[in-house]
Design a protein around this ligand. Sequence first.
Ligand SMILES: *Cc1c(COP(=O)(O)O)cnc(C)c1O
Length: 461
Amino acid sequence: MKYISTRGKTDPIGFSDSVMTGLARDGGLLLPERIPDLSDRLSGMRQLKYEDLAAEIMAPFVDIPDADLRALTSISYKSFTHPDITPVVKVGDRYILELFHGPTLAFKDVAMQFLGNLFSYLLTKTGRDLNIVAATSGDTGSAAIHGVRGRDRIRIFVLFPHGRVSRLQERQMTTVLDENVHAYAVKGTFDDCQGILKDIFGDLNFKDRCSLGAVNSINWTRVLAQISYYFYATFRVQEQTGAEKVAFSVPTGNFGDVFAGYMAARMGLPISRLFLATNENDILARYFRTGEYTTGRVTQTISPSMDIQVASNFERYLYYRADSDAAAVSGLMAQFAKSGRLRLADCDSGKEDLIEACSATQSDTLAVMKRYWEKHHYLPDPHTAVGIHAAEQLSRDTVPVICLATAHPAKFPEAVMRAVGADVAHHPALDALAGLPTRCMVTPASPAELMQTIEKAIVRE
Ligand SMILES: *Cc1c(COP(=O)(O)O)cnc(C)c1O
């Protein structure tokens, strides 16, 4: 499979190159040149264990021998504590797809654990090194660190805003003492961190000299690894209910996770609808209601991993909506960069009938958490609760709804306290962090200084 850019101005590249590439060189995002149709192979996949199913689904997208791919998925999901990897549990009349049984208790582990192993596999083949630089407001940084900790040929540098990530999220990053892990607390905001990251990657000389790589959510492999659990969950719910089709509700920030669901549907999985759920940062919900994509100010909420106003994966979806017209996408994105708004109407090929959107306020979110706890003795985390709210608002028929649970509630003790008035969510992996030693460097918000620090750390080894 070759990968093309949504803006169409670069030559197609192979899968292995796509793994190491963030943005395409023309500023677009990478997509497979065609979408494989698995619809007549579904019955043969039904019985597969998660890791084998994942290998089966990824196979048409990659250029890795089958046996190697199987070994990669097998080792990647050994770090999950649940035997089903991503179990589906029935709560009331909804199905909850628990994606938080990996090392950092958030769904990003599903992709990052695989990506870490894939990096090692490819670097061993080429004899190269990779230095990952990432900016995080919480979950991405710790999932990335746990994906690559202790690996040869890889170093990771994570920038987070000093004093502005939750205490637990900070400890998940700073208690990892492996030599290849560098956590930097930047004296500034998350936007400052992202700005610094942009400067670092914008210096092509530095980028090449230091073999820099990115793991943010525009990395195609992250989307790819997330497609599998849509298949897995659909099979489990079909077994339990005999339903032909299912719907999914997906708490959304950068549009990565829900885009994986969109791909699954395009690959032939019988998904009737995808409910896209946002918090008050509702740029995507507004787009699906009005057809206009307009940025606003970021509001801080109790579901911080969705506090995003520009959804970086949206461009991939736009490409398909514009009938794979890369010139139209380039035009729309240029217009968006200039004015902060775009309208698809001019090149839209028809009404979207798969995705429907809904946003939840803070009180909606807290109300879902409280109600699920009191009624079902099941506590969704605040992100998951946003998705459940959307399912309740948008579900109109008898099609079973699968709500993606993207984090374990113990990661968000303040929200839990506000919702149910008691400290009821714990997880041994988080409790164990309490007394551990930490390592972290506080740095000024200066791109030049950080580049020096990073290069020194690379040369030192
Ligand atoms: C990252 C994250 C999300 C949003 O996922 P996107 O792929 O950015 O839409 C939702 N919930 C949690 C807990 C997350 O960490």
